[in-house]
Design a protein around this ligand. Sequence first.
Ligand SMILES: [Zn+2]
Length: 339
Amino acid sequence: MRGVVIHAPGDVRVEEREDPTIIDPTDAIVRLTATCICGSDLWPYRGIEPVDHTPMGHEYVGVVEEIGADVKTLKVGDYVVGSFVISDNTCEICRSGYQSQCVHRTFVAQIGTQAEKARIPYADGTLVATPGEPTEEQVRHLLAASDVLGTGWYAAVAAEAGPGKTVAVVGDGAVGLMAVLAAKQLGAERIIAMSRHPERQALARHYGATDIVEERGKAGIAKIKELTDGLGAHSVVEAVGTQESFMQAVGATRGGGHLGYVGLNYEVQIPGIRLFFAGIRAEGGPAPVRRFLPDLIRLIWDGAIDPGKVFDLTLPLEEAAEGYRAMHERRATKVLLTL
Ligand SMILES: [Zn+2]
């Protein structure tokens, strides 16, 4: 099969990879119909995360082609969406709703779904079948659910977005935009998107942002305070993962408020004394997307949400290198790769 492999930082190639086969009886082989490039794929692309002939990709939708003997909830031919984290969905951690911390957790990034096929372990626990064959438009929405929508949704839930709440979203990438969508769906009263890009501001407004703040850092915090009677937001989503964005998110959260942090970060240092005096509640990490998938699929099927709009560049898998370049240079928010 064809698949994306990063040989070294900046060196993206589409080449022959070995076809996956069933190894464990709980596996499924999925023929992927669409995949995409994630902001977190830019870490290895930029050499911040080690990379050496590494297969890429962790977002996926497709058709079940083969199942192991123990797979019970899926059949060959089912159209499925999966989380970017493998989970059994039966252990104590999964049952508490934290499938991304499953005792059998594997990151799909290690499988590499920017490819024609993928072997998905714990298929019953990881994949969710859609009610039927999706349209081309629905495929885009479902693919978003695999990570960015699920992650943005989790961030909004972790930040306790809801009726009567003011929600501030730090980050206007795909996850930040999806957190805006989620906050709106969860009934937030006011949604402040922090963004400097006119096109992303427009999409944030489309998804439900009521206010846009262009300032960053200390000025960004001051602006959020100004908009909230000096208190800060009830709910803040951190969807970037840099030192500045994280401290901006901490500073924008009111005392007793909630911070949901989902921006993948490597080198953020949170001074204990700042966190101590902020007096906030914080939850985050890799999102338990599997918890939300059944609801997200239903919302997509009912036409209630249109998360697929975050894909602003569509390319064939063979042109993945251009997709990485476009995201690296911020010419694209999120790139969909067709198969
Ligand atoms: Zn589990």
